[in-house]
Write a protein that binds this ligand. Structure first.
Ligand code: PGA
Length: 245
């Protein structure tokens, strides 16, 4: 595992954007695994800035979302399809139809999960962006998810619904279910880039990096992957045993 700790959030964001820009510039057809969530927003902003300066193009990039809420109306501002469009896609030169997510309003959800899993696997993600929940989730793989799990419908942990309530007008509006790529699906990505900031992530980061591999802490399954990079601020890194750094 490659772990880099940054004194400043700006430096962390800039480094993440460096890695992403380099990937989309050098890969002939870059398949990017896209995450949403508060941690990613400044990284997308940084990438948009670079694009506006002519420093990076996404015209050969396709993107696959990690997850999507179930049964949130398609027009709702918080569907991840709409979030990624608003915060990234509409500001850059990614070709229409190149950013794809699972359909949380499909009438046959299990079939949609299977279809999306196949689509992601066939495309082959080259660089997967990941946040981590304070309960150790990746995507919406909540505690209990197995390291080999595939794309499926999951029930959101209460901690996750509480954390995401800030994006909705009331906590009750946070959906109870989502489609998420499984941990096995995510682990098939060639390179995984995990970004975490803040003291509230420190325990999950420590367990992901140096704890046992266990479904109780889904991100611990990342230890099974051979090309994982953690980008952390000093707060998120504050509980990692020095020997693991
Ligand atoms: P956050 O979410 O970036 O909003 O903290 C990360 C996650 O839950 O994966």
């Amino acid at each position: 595992m490659n772990i880099t700790v940054f004194d400043s959030r700006a430096a962390l964001v800039d480094h993440a954007a460096d890695l992403i820009s380099e990937f989309v510039t050098t890969a002939p057809a870059a398949v990017l695994g896209l995450a949403t969530g508060g941690t990613m927003m400044p990284i997308y902003e940084n990438l948009i800035g670079r694009h506006n300066l002519g420093l990076v193009s996404f015209s050969r990039t396709s993107g696959f979302l990690l997850d999507e809420y179930v049964a949130l109306p398609r027009s709702h501002s918080q569907t991840y399809r709409n979030v990624i469009h608003r915060l990234f896609e509409r500001h850059v030169d990614v070709l229409p139809g190149s950013i794809i997510g699972p359909d949380g309003n499909a009438s046959a959800l299990a079939a949609e999960c299977e279809r999306y899993d196949r689509q992601v696997s066939e495309a082959g993600v080259g660089l997967q962006l990941l946040g981590i929940g304070r309960n150790g989730h990746i995507g919406f793989n909540e505690p209990g998810a197995s390291p080999g799990s595939r794309t499926r419908v999951v029930t959101l942990a209460q901690a996750t619904r509480d954390d995401n309530a800030r994006f909705f007008t009331s906590p009750q509006q946070v959906p109870t279910q989502a489609i998420t790529q499984g941990i096995g699906t995510i682990r098939a990505g060639k390179r995984l880039l995990i970004v975490a900031q803040g003291t509230h992530k420190a325990a999950a980061v420590r367990a992901a990096i140096s704890g046992p591999i266990t479904p109780a802490l889904p991100a611990s399954a990342l230890q099974l992957h051979s090309n994982v990079t953690f980008l952390l601020d000093t707060k998120a890194a504050s509980s990692i045993p020095p020997a693991a750094l």
